[in-house]
Design a protein around this ligand. Structure first.
Ligand code: SF4
Length: 366
């Protein structure tokens, strides 16, 4: 380590005393090379909040359409309707998929797609109803704040009504994606016309007030600077102080392959392992009001996800059967991890594996 451990001594004292960290503390953590101390501190908070339990969920993803009218430079998934890869699953295709998912042991169905204005509102309601009819016990966590925002604009319905009707059709909670980076300058470059930070936060605030849960994310490793990351975390912390409605925080490590952002800004490599760990540990330390920090193994790989259990992480996301978004951006991670792999990885790290449901209730410990 090139930086003396003593550089973070005052932050260590604050963490040990359970004091809230400041923007400056966050900057020092994220820009320090003292990975050992950062990990130790994050691990302390992780143990305080969650003991030795490390959770995972048996879930599957559904990407119902990749047609998207937004042009986020960070994206390798969304395409225009006339491109050869474009698809939107018909209701009949969805019904078949839900039928195939039955009896596989999933407790969660994760549904996300592009912003496709050709799909009528009834499509979304019907999709949820069919999923619930096929799998009544499965929790449907679906749609980012961005999808909900544009859906309400396209169908000319107030956002509140959109959420109420989707909830009545089977929506259990909403996804944490689409947060990207809240800083307006960076946000406008990496994700163009996407829902603003203020609106993203407003939608989550509304959902929380309805008693629904959600998660929060960041997209890191593109053109943002450390101050943008810390600003992002503090905005999430502020909303969580107000509503308490976020269950977990996770990071999307930017994968530049097949993205305009990667091409235009000459970003060739993926994030480094050290930065992934520092990001997760800094999040654990700054987000003192979040119960869970999740490693999204599909983004950082299973091996690093296991190491992250010593950097503040207490949740390894899900088994996932089929996923398109991350893989279109070049992820080489497998499409699925059996739960036995999670159990082994967690045990090997000296922790207690536990299968959870979407709302972080423990279903079974191993
Ligand atoms: S990131 Fe989402 S909203 Fe942006 S282009 Fe891709 S699919 Fe569309």
């Amino acid at each position: 380590m090139s930086i003396a451990l003593s550089n973070l001594t005052d932050i260590r004292e604050k963490v040990e005393a359970g004091e809230r960290l400041t923007f400056e503390d966050g900057m020092r953590l994220l820009t320090s090379n003292d990975l050992y101390t950062i990990g130790q501190l994050a691990d302390l908070v992780r143990a305080r909040k969650n003991g030795d339990i490390v959770t995972f969920i048996v879930n599957t993803h559904l990407n119902y359409t990749n047609i998207c009218y937004l042009d986020c430079k960070l994206c390798a998934f969304g395409v225009k309707p006339d491109q050869p890869k474009a698809y939107a699953l018909s209701l009949a295709e969805l019904e078949k998929k839900f039928d195939e998912m039955k009896g596989k042991g999933f407790t969660e169905l994760h549904i996300v797609g592009g912003v496709n204005p050709r799909l009528p509102f009834s499509y979304y309601e019907e999709m949820l109803r069919m999923a619930k009819a096929a799998m009544p016990d499965v929790h449907i966590q679906a749609f980012t704040a961005v999808e909900l925002d544009y859906l309400s604009r396209v169908v000319h319905l107030p956002l509140e009504e959109v959420i109420d009707r989707l909830r009545a059709a089977g929506l259990g909670s909403i996804l944490g994606g689409g947060a990207e980076i809240f800083d307006p300058e960076i946000r406008s470059i990496i994700s163009g016309h996407k829902t603003s930070a203020e609106r993203w936060l407003k939608i989550h605030r509304h959902v929380h007030r309805l008693g629904m849960r959600s998660n929060a994310s960041i997209l890191y490793g593109s053109i943002e600077r450390p101050e943008h990351v810390i600003d992002h975390l503090l905005r999430l912390r502020e909303l969580q102080d107000e509503t308490g409605g976020f269950d977990a925080f996770f990071g999307f490590a930017f994968h530049p392959e097949n993205t305009t952002l990667g091409r235009e800004y000459h970003i060739t490599g993926e994030t480094t392992g050290l930065y992934d760990l520092k990001l997760l540990a800094t999040a654990r330390l700054m987000l003192d009001n979040f119960q869970h920090i999740r490693a999204f193994w599909m983004m950082i790989g299973l091996k690093l996800a296991q190491v992250s259990l010593y950097f503040g992480v207490d949740d390894l996301d899900g088994t996932v059967m089929e996923e398109q978004i991350v893989h279109d951006a070049g992820s080489q991670a497998p499409q699925m991890t059996p739960k036995e792999s999670f159990i082994n990885m967690i045990r090997e790290a000296g922790r207690i594996p536990a299968e959870r449901d979407t709302l972080y209730r423990i279903l079974k410990t191993y």
